[in-house]
Design a protein around this ligand. Structure first.
Ligand SMILES: *Cc1c(COP(=O)(O)O)cnc(C)c1O
Length: 852
């Protein structure tokens, strides 16, 4: 370590707030300011340019603001009025009664590796983080009893700087938590909370911080503390997605195991655990071992009791994106833990194995999460199908479409992402309580009544604001680079506020095909520079530091943007973050999204665009596959599986739709002032997409479909000192022992070759139960259309109750009346009756089908 001057004493200095505005500090320390339109202006008004300089971080700002400015505000009656209304709003929000539908003792612990809450809090990298941040905000709005757990990284996620050649280089700013809205979490005696996780070379101490997100707490774990003398352990929470696999397994142990210990140290007892992506899946192990110790359960019993209230959300549609560890590394990090607590290491190891063909014998965090959670979901309908296929190996006896991974489509937090001008317009034209009731479709039925010219005026104002933002940002960066004054002047006049503007910004992962629109440069040049219908494109996005192909894409675009034919029409904005995202989705006319279909799990930037009146032009992937028909936007390509020969096709589809549909529609009627056809589509988008693709709807889905059943299930399983879990585990053991002898002996005579509609068909299965009871199994008929290949399609599953006992077998059956005509067929199957809900079927649950 280089020589450092060390302090002998440390102290914290807080701003001396005048009594009239003494609660500003309290307001600054609750992230409600990041989405509440009455609180945020309070800080901006104090000093607009300092507010910007502080990256909209009110805690930092209050630390820097001159005392005179505070005194001046305290003496200004208009400011005081604003302040008082903000305090009222804050108190009212914080004291809202919890959601009445909430089960009283329910507490959801939500784990995520990153949180994107505000641009100044750089503990996020991209979509996953934004989603987690929005999840907390929406949970707070809904009055859901939820606590978030994450890591507090010493260094922010990388900042992007382009060298003169256009090659991405990275800087990692050091975060100063004392200028952040976080505070050390304290125990009942007012002492800072420390928890520990044992690692191979010693104990790692973890400090717990608390961030207030409205009514929800986010606990953030920090290992960069003096108690850790081992510098390696101090660096565990150094950087999001930094380091190698060793850093990653350490981070994930801190998050999963340390996170659980932090909850306990704070006296919190969650009844539901939500793993947002597999990073936190070690929490399942810690829950198992705690249950083994505290409730004296066996490994299997503890697994069964933990599984029922674990929820897992997968976000990764490609196997390469999943965290996997070599068994040797897992052994090094976890066999001591397992030994200490009597957890059989081999059984634990196998919980992370055998999920996909690609993983070999490696330990997959997603597989661990799948095997230890009863509730599992993907993040869009299409991603649900992709995930079912990807993890089919875990339910090998089930048809792919029955693999128990269900979709809950992501949403974005509307109060965070909606621009203020549009919100004010809604105040005039929607129901007065639209800010609370926006997830209801009926609220949006008033949208057609908004006058086109008022809406258009807002779109134009936002675009002007965006272009000022871009100019300012570009010339500031040029100054930093010491670019020539000619270049600086050029950048300060960049872009035309009246021209049609396309936005494209996202992580530069190659599957997102950032350079697709530049595929045919001559054709694009013609489109961009048509004097009747000029077009400009704003591009932004970071590549992962190790992703050279992604960096090449960036360089290609930057170099193109200097080509005289493109220079006025293409800009690459450095350092994509929440602020850039916000300005872009508020201001551009068209949001372009062209991933390889099937590889975008959901995508949320297009939703942010949609609720601001920006139309989408997108591949039918992720969320847009569900939204396109009612979106007012345009689709690229169809619903076929991606193959590389589609790149040309997709590029030319972009060009021809721009030439023939999009640009004529936008520019038509501009002479009279307002393009009514375009505004019609904007309204269609606002009306149809705002109610469904927001985070409030998503929270509602999670709550009703997962959190509440998981909570109730947990209350049931822990009764009588976990007796139900013990019984379930011993039942499983019995089923496993006898299952090989269970078989469907006879599937009845069935119908004749021809039946008339309305004639009942007798479905019968004589099942040899080999010592199990009829209640131990579920016998089902799978009925459907016979396709030309001889397989069953459009199937439905019919449960058959037991009818009678024969000597060796029990007959299950039901009469079934087909309501369709044509070639139908059915087959029969028997599986252990392990749960009431087929969605929560455990991994590797056996199924036996009729032999044909
Ligand atoms: C919304 C957002 C994302 C995610 O957008 P995708 O459409 O999922 O790529 C990434 N980064 C930032 C800064 C965002 O605001």
């Amino acid at each position: 370590m280089p020589f450092q001057v060390q302090p002998v004493k440390e102290f914290l200095v807080s701003p001396a707030l005048p009594p009239a505005i003494s609660r500003l500090g309290e307001l600054a320390h609750n992230l409600l300011w990041s989405w509440d339109h009455t609180i945020r202006p309070l800080f901006r008004r104090l000093d607009p340019s300092l507010w910007k300089e502080c990256h909209r971080n009110p805690v930092l700002m209050l630390g820097r603001i001159p005392q005179e400015s505070l005194e001046k505000a305290a003496a200004d009656p208009r400011y005081i009025a604003l302040y008082q209304s903000a305090c009222r709003r804050y108190d009212q929000y914080m004291s809202l009664p919890p959601d009445a539908s909430r089960k009283d003792t329910m507490l959801v612990a939500y784990f995520s590796m990153e949180y994107g809450l505000s641009e100044s809090l750089t503990i996020y990298s991209g979509g996953l983080g934004i989603l987690s941040g929005d999840h907390l905000k929406a949970a707070s709005d809904a009055g859901l009893n939820l606590v978030g757990i994450g890591l507090l990284y010493q260094k922010g996620y990388l900042q992007q700087y382009l060298n003169p050649d256009g090659w991405q280089t990275e800087k990692t700013p050091v975060n100063d938590f004392y200028t952040w809205p976080v505070q050390p979490a304290l125990d009942a005696n007012g002492n800072e909370i420390l928890v520990e996780v044992k690692l191979p070379h010693g104990t790692c101490s973890i400090k717990v911080w608390r961030m207030k997100v409205g009514r929800v707490d986010l606990l953030l774990l920090d290992t960069n503390i003096p108690q850790n003398q081992n510098p390696e352990y101090r660096d565990i929470t150094d950087q999001l997605y930094g380091g190698d696999n060793v850093t990653r397994i350490q981070q994930e142990l801190v998050l999963g195991v340390g996170g659980l210990r932090a909850l306990k140290a704070l006296g919190l007892e969650p009844t539901v655990y939500h793993m947002n992506e597999g990073h936190s899946a070690f929490l399942a192990l810690e829950r198992i071992r705690l249950s083994m110790q505290e409730n004296r359960l066996s490994f299997e019993e503890a697994l069964e009791s933990a599984r029922g209230n674990n929820v897992f959300t997968t976000h990764t549609p490609v196997p390469a994106g999943i965290d996997m560890f070599d068994p040797g590394l897992v052994y090094e990090y976890l066999h001591g833990y397992c030994e200490r607590y009597g957890v059989p290491f081999d059984k634990f190891l196998s919980l992370g194995q055998g999920g996909t063909d690609e993983q070999g014998d490696r330990f997959s965090m997603a597989v661990l999460a799948l095997k230890t959670s009863a509730y599992r979901n993907a993040v869009s309908r299409l991603h649900g199908e992709v995930s079912q296929e990807m993890f089919h190996k875990l339910w090998p006896d089930l048809p792919i479409h029955e693999v128990p991974i269900t979709p809950i489509t992501n949403g974005v937090h509307l109060p965070t992402w909606l621009n203020g001008d549009l919100a004010l317009l809604y105040d005039q034209y929607l129901a007065p309580d639209w800010r609370e009731r926006y997830p209801e479709g009926s609220i949006w039925e008033q949208v057609p009544e908004i006058p086109n010219d008022e809406l258009w005026e807002i779109r134009r104002r936002r675009k002007r604001r965006l272009i000022n933002f871009v100019r300012e940002r570009m010339s500031k960066r040029a100054q930093e680079r010491r670019a020539s004054s000619i270049e600086q002047r050029r950048l300060a006049e960049l872009f035309d506020p009246e021209a049609f503007t396309i936005g494209f910004s996202r992580r530069f992962a190659t599957y997102k095909r950032a350079t697709l629109i530049f595929r045919d440069k001559e054709r694009l040049k013609k489109i961009l520079s048509n004097p009747q219908m000029p077009v400009q494109i704003l591009v932004a996005g970071k590549a992962h530091p190790k992703d050279n192909p992604g960096k090449q894409f960036i360089r290609e675009i930057v170099q193109l943007s200097r080509d005289p034919g493109f220079a006025k029409h293409v800009v690459f904005i450095e350092d994509y973050d929440i602020e850039v995202a916000r300005e872009l989705v508020h201001g551009v006319d068209l949001w372009l999204n062209n991933p390889r279909r099937g590889e975008e799990a959901c995508g949320t930037s297009g939703m942010k665009a949609a609720m601001n009146g920006t139309l989408n032009l997108s591949i039918l992937d992720g969320w847009f596959d569900e939204a396109y028909e009612v979106s007012g936007g345009w689709a690229i390509g169809d619903r076929d599986q991606y193959s590389s020969d589609m790149d040309d096709l997709h590029a030319s589809s972009i060009y021809s739709q721009l030439e023939n549909d999009i640009l004529p529609l936008f520019y038509k009627g501009r002479e009279e002032g307002v393009p009514h056809g375009w505004m019609q589509r904007v309204k269609q988008s606002l009306m149809n997409l705002s109610p469904g693709f927001n985070c409030q709807r998503m929270i509602h889905d999670y709550t009703t479909r997962f959190y509440e059943p998981a909570h109730i299930g947990f209350l049931a399983v822990r009764r009588d000192n976990f007796q139900p879990a013990r019984e379930k585990a011993s039942w499983y053991a019995q089923v496993e022992r006898l299952w090989s002898q269970v078989s469907i002996e006879d599937s009845g005579d069935g119908p004749g070759a021809c039946v008339l509609t309305g004639t009942p068909i007798q479905l019968r299965a004589a099942v040899r139960l080999a010592g199990l009871t009829p209640e131990d199994v579920r016998v089902e008929a799978v009925v459907g259309r016979v396709n030309p290949d001889g397989g069953l399609e459009d199937t439905s599953v019919i449960t058959l109750p037991p009818l009678s006992e024969q000597s060796e077998a029990v007959v299950f059956g039901r009469d079934f009346v087909p309501h369709q005509t044509g070639r139908l067929g059915y087959t029969l199957r028997v599986s252990p009756n392990h749960c009431d809900d087929p969605l929560t079927r455990p991994c590797l649950s056996p199924v036996k089908w009729t032999r044909s």
